[in-house]
Design a binder for this molecule. Structure first.
Ligand SMILES: [Zn+2]
Length: 477
């Protein structure tokens, strides 16, 4: 296998990968804030994490993967000021914030399933780890890295001279910058909140740090990554917008609390642009998987569209670009199907001897994907093999090897399935549709009840009617 190399944001260069413990990789991904359904842009970071894990696993590493769910109302920006978007959204929808996060998290997992993302080993939720966060804040207070003003606790950046090593933002530059608001409680404008107290908050806890408390955003990732992966672990990923302040602050907290290096390799995905710019509600271009399905695309088309480009390169989402990706994906599915249909033509296949042509293609693929996940170059070699086949330049004795290679490719990318065409429903949505169907049946509107059954079937949901009522399950699971 070719050497595995990744771009390390911390080192600002591509480096050979070597895990801390031979054969094992521990990695953490910043997950979603579950206050509204993730959009196509959010999925770039999550699909990248999935590809990274699969590449590591294909090389034989035993991977432990953790992705957090931010389900507590942290405050926007540098976690000190502004509106709590989770509680604001709950108010808008007139539901409890706990209920909101439950529903959005379930939707998120349904989306991940539709996108064929391999489940992480742990999805810790911030609200389940308040004691771990409080313990870390107390540790930082003991070590003199933090200070308390009333029931608020701030990290003292002057006590962590390496602050800025990830983002390149030096404290003295931040001081001059206008983007930090003036908070008279802080000793230095770049200090950030570890713990806040506010009786008006709905999601709040009474702890050793005081009443009505809730965590700053950054502390949750420091506390939860430590719990599941240890004080020092291999890889931490996130979107490029996480570099500062979020990851910079995580490093300060974790290294401040333990005195040990936090993470060896930091990897960040670039933003997904939409229509050449940023997504915005006002522009009506914040698309979810439902919008993708409504235009007749499979979630796997989106998966392929995102994963075929390099994670650090620019990627612009447009409907035309998605259609192009869907077409390209279809051509590879078609290639796979044709190879499978050729089974009776296969002659002279030697199971012990790779076809030189396919072996060279495989080598090119592996070199590219192991070179900082250069997916576009890797997939170019797959298309090259397909073209060779279409030109009649692949011998029947080589077809079986082409199939083996395609299976290896799909083990990483998973786009060679037709996938179910419909949306992926949450349990709540399924229950609601089943109620509608029961009502339609009562009213003898069988056209409607059949339509609902078909709608659920297109999402892979199987329903069974019996005398004791209707039961359902997800097909194949
Ligand atoms: Zn995080």
């Amino acid at each position: 296998m070719p050497d595995l190399r990744f771009y390390n944001t911390l080192a600002r260069q591509v480096e050979p990968f070597a895990p801390l413990e031979p054969g094992k990789v521990r990695m953490y991904h910043c997950g979603p804030t579950v206050y509204q359904r993730p959009h196509v842009g959010n999925y770039r970071a999550f699909l990248f994490a999935d590809l990274l894990r699969r590449v590591l696993e294909q090389r034989g590493f035993q991977v432990t993967q953790v992705m957090n769910l931010t389900d507590v109302g942290h405050i926007q920006g540098d976690a000190d000021a502004g509106e709590d978007k989770l509680e604001a959204e709950a108010r808008k929808r007139r539901i409890d914030p706990w209920e909101l996060t439950r529903r959005v998290a379930e939707q998120f997992f349904a989306d991940l399933r539709a996108l064929q993302v391999r489940p992480a080993h742990h999805y810790p939720r911030a609200t389940d780890h308040i004691p771990e966060m409080v313990a870390m804040v107390e540790k930082l207070l003991q070590r003199g890295c933090a200070y308390q003003v009333g029931h608020n606790v701030y990290f003292d950046v002057s006590r962590f001279p390496e602050y800025g090593k990830l983002s390149g933002n030096r404290v003295q530059d931040l001081e001059a910058g206008a983007r930090l608001e003036i908070n008279p409680e802080k000793r230095h404008p770049a200090d950030f909140a570890l713990w806040k107290s506010d009786p008006a908050h709905i999601m709040k806890w009474a702890t050793a740090l005081g009443p009505n408390g809730f965590p700053g955003w950054h502390i949750e990732c420091s506390a939860m990554s430590r719990k599941y992966l240890g004080e020092t672990f291999d890889i931490h990923t996130g979107g490029e917008d996480n570099v500062f302040p979020h990851h910079e602050c995580e490093i300060a907290q974790s290294e401040g609390a333990t005195g040990k290096p936090f993470v060896k390799l930091w990897m960040h995905t670039k933003f997904l642009m939409v229509d050449g710019g940023k997504m915005a509600k006002s522009l009506g271009n914040v698309y979810t998987l439902d919008d993708i399905a409504a235009r007749g695309f499979s979630p796997l088309d989106l998966r392929f569209f995102i994963l075929r480009s390099h994670y650090r390169g620019s990627l612009n989402f447009t409907w035309e670009a998605l259609a192009g990706a869907a077409e390209a994906r279809k051509s590879l599915c078609d290639f796979k199907g044709r190879l499978a249909a050729e089974f009776n033509r296969i002659i002279g296949y030697d199971p012990n001897q790779w076809s030189p042509v396919v072996a060279a293609t495989r080598e090119a693929f592996q070199v590219a994907i192991n070179d900082d996940l250069n997916a576009s170059a890797a997939l170019a070699s797959v298309f090259e093999l397909r073209n060779r086949y279409l030109r009649g330049q692949l011998e029947p004795s080589e077809f079986r090897w082409a199939e083996v290679f395609l299976a290896e490719v799909d083990d990483l990318f998973t786009f060679l399935e037709a996938g179910h065409s419909g949306p992926d429903f949450t349990s709540d949505q399924v229950e609601r549709l089943l109620q509608e169907r029961a009502l339609a049946r009562q009213q003898k509107d069988f056209k409607k009840s059949d339509a609902i059954r078909a709608q659920l079937a297109s999402a892979g949901i199987v329903i069974e009617d019996s005398s004791s009522g209707t039961r359902w399950h997800r097909g194949g699971i």
